[in-house]
Design a protein around this ligand. Structure first.
Ligand SMILES: C[S@@+](CC[C@H](N)C(=O)[O-])C[C@H]1O[C@@H](n2cnc3c(N)ncnc32)[C@H](O)[C@@H]1O
Ligand code: SF4
Ligand code: SF4
Length: 389
């Protein structure tokens, strides 16, 4: 294992002096027709959601702040009757719009065609397993798999510029990842995304799973190489940057892999929930401010300051870790919730024992980050002729 190879970062990932909130994860509603086992938003179902007038004002503020790409997340956004009007507001300001959806509100060709008219550039349907029973169980609804696959086909046929599906991965589907990618290839979609479950609870990661997860990381990287040029295989977890091996020799693939696995918090991404709370990422519960109470730019500046690796390096068990320089704490969702990344253990950082939390007697040593800040802006690397659409 070679940690040092990550100390030099590709120039493409350098950021401007002051980071811009290029990618916005936006929720227009917390409402949802499903109750998925892993959903981070399940217990935040506030109903006091943005009006269209507020969305219009927010779109202006984001445009002025330099935002260019939007991912609809949090709840099931199409449940809002005025979803298309809201999306048209962003379309008219040239935002690249990605809709994440469970498929229940795309039942007909007309539903899919309407999304094209509304300016949705990319759709990512959630499919958690290719076994319909497992998907339905995770999603809490019988028939959910069939609905999701049908929606995927309708969206593709309607001509949405980029169509793919997202799979949240965990023990129930680690061993199916290759078959899920084959399923994506057979459906003829553009992309498949594998997102490790971000736990909303502490103490749920079983350390004995470490060798399995190590293998999963390596398989994912191998899949990305195998499908290069035919299917975009996305994965996103800074944790993976510390566990890859010598196969990262292909420069293009390596740079794409590094770029898509950096933590974007405080560098090029922001999350805004349906009631105005601004946070570093959907998976971070800490709110930095509310756009209903103060201008977005002011909150963004505070957020950048809050999550700056240089002024505020990761603490807790990461403080004494030999790999902190390139990793900078991995997925921040595991730190700023008052937790640490539970997948981190002895084999990851060579140290013989898992890290302990810092105490008053054993303070955290001063650590300066050794990596440049990076960003994955969420814009697609589409396969058509190798060019970006
Ligand atoms: C919150 S949902 C909102 C959009 C839509 N309702 C859907 O299911 O696609 C967006 C994506 O986040 C995923 N997700 C939810 N909770 C997660 C968690 N704790 N860790 C990783 N992914 C999660 C979902 O599976 C889904 O693919
Ligand atoms: S469908 Fe999406 S928003 Fe609804 S519970 Fe599932 S993951 Fe959460
Ligand atoms: S906290 Fe960072 S690494 Fe974790 S999911 Fe959010 S952007 Fe990705």
């Amino acid at each position: 294992m070679q940690h040092n190879m990550f100390l030099t970062w590709p120039e493409e990932y350098q950021l401007p002096e002051h980071p811009l909130p290029i990618l916005v994860q936006l929720g227009l509603t917390y409402r949802c027709n499903l109750t998925c086992q892993h959903c981070y938003a399940l217990y935040r179902r506030s109903r006091d959601e943005f009006s269209l007038a507020e969305i219009d004002d927010l779109a202006d503020q984001l445009y002025r702040a330099g935002s260019a790409s939007l991912v609809y997340s949090h709840g099931e956004n199409m449940i809002r009757r005025d979803f298309h009007e809201a999306a048209a507001i962003f379309r008219d300001r040239d935002f690249y719009q990605t809709l994440m959806l469970n498929g229940f509100y795309v039942r007909t060709a007309a539903d899919a065609a309407r999304l094209v008219e509304t300016g949705i550039n990319r759709t990512m349907v959630s499919i958690d397993s290719i076994d319909p029973h497992v998907h339905d169980k995770v999603r809490g609804k019988k028939g959910a798999f069939e609905v999701a696959v049908k929606a995927l086909r309708l969206l593709k046929d309607a001509g949405i510029p980029a169509v793919g599906f997202s799979t949240t991965i965990d023990t129930h589907n680690y061993s199916d990842i290759e078959r899920i990618a084959e399923f994506a290839r057979d459906l003829g979609v553009d992309a498949v995304s594998f997102m490790q479950n971000r736990y909303n609870l502490t103490g749920v990661f079983d350390r004995s799973l470490w060798p399995t997860y190590l293998q999963v990381c390596q398989n994912l990287y191998q899949l990305m190489l195998d499908y290069q040029g035919t299917l975009d295989v996305y994965t996103h977890d800074p944790f993976m940057l510390t566990v890859l091996d010598d196969r990262l020799s292909d420069r293009t693939a390596r740079e794409a892999f590094i770029g898509s696995n950096l933590c974007n918090v405080g560098t090029g991404m922001v999350s805004i929930d349906p009631v105005g709370n601004v946070s570093g990422c959907n998976f971070i519960e800490e709110s930095i401010g509310n756009v209903r109470e103060e201008p977005f730019q002011q909150i963004w500046d505070r957020l950048v300051d809050r999550y700056s690796d240089r002024s505020d390096p990761p603490t807790g068990p990461c403080g004494s870790c030999s790999a902190l320089g390139p990793c900078m704490g991995g997925c921040k969702a595991f730190h700023y919730n008052g937790k640490y990344d539970e997948r981190c253990g002895a084999q990851r950082f060579i140290d013989p024992e898992p890290h302990e939390l810092a105490t008053a007697d054993r303070p955290i040593p001063e650590t300066a980050p050794t990596r440049s800040p990076g960003v994955f802006v969420g814009l697609p690397r589409m396969r058509v002729g190798g060019a970006t659409q």
